[in-house]
Design a protein around this ligand. Sequence first.
Ligand code: ADP
Ligand code: MG
Length: 169
Amino acid sequence: MKSLPYFCRGEVIRGFGRGSKELGIPTANFPDSVVDHLPADISTGIYYGWACVGNGDVYKMVMSIGWNPYYKNTKKSMETHVIHTFKEDFYGEVLSVVMVGYIRPERSFDSLEALITAINSDIEEAKVKLALPEHLKLRDDNFFTSAPSSSSALPPTTASTSQTIMNGH
Ligand code: ADP
Ligand code: MG
């Protein structure tokens, strides 16, 4: 995928309460404005990369890009699980991410247990891949130090503007 690494940011919105948090794997959802700017060569599936909330620390993440059942599978969703235990939810805050690599395509699972096992193996793969020097350096990218601290600092067009700038560098 030539668009990787892919940088983007947006406000964390409420998802569909599919119980990700109850499984121990909460996923922060991006609004359509971010999803709609995804380059065409970014296919659905599971990605790994780096993420930060507001202007906080940068952590490893896994992201699922999938077809969104709420829109009868005509729109994509982007859901990020940050590999860190936060004290509080961060709905309404700005999540900045860089998608670094692809793990696997989307698939369905026969049981909840099989799903959780797959996600935990995705998390392990993300940890190993992100420890590689070429991926580690993205954690220190200026993109994260320039993160706006609140979503009100994000003009409506920021998603596309920052993507264009950041992905051209
Ligand atoms: P929703 O359906 O609203 O997305 P989830 O059960 O998936 O609900 O929980 C997602 C929310 O949990 C995020 O929007 C965020 O506020 C919070 N959260 C807490 N810890 C994390 C984390 N490590 N990664 C992602 N989101 C987290
Ligand atoms: Mg979620």
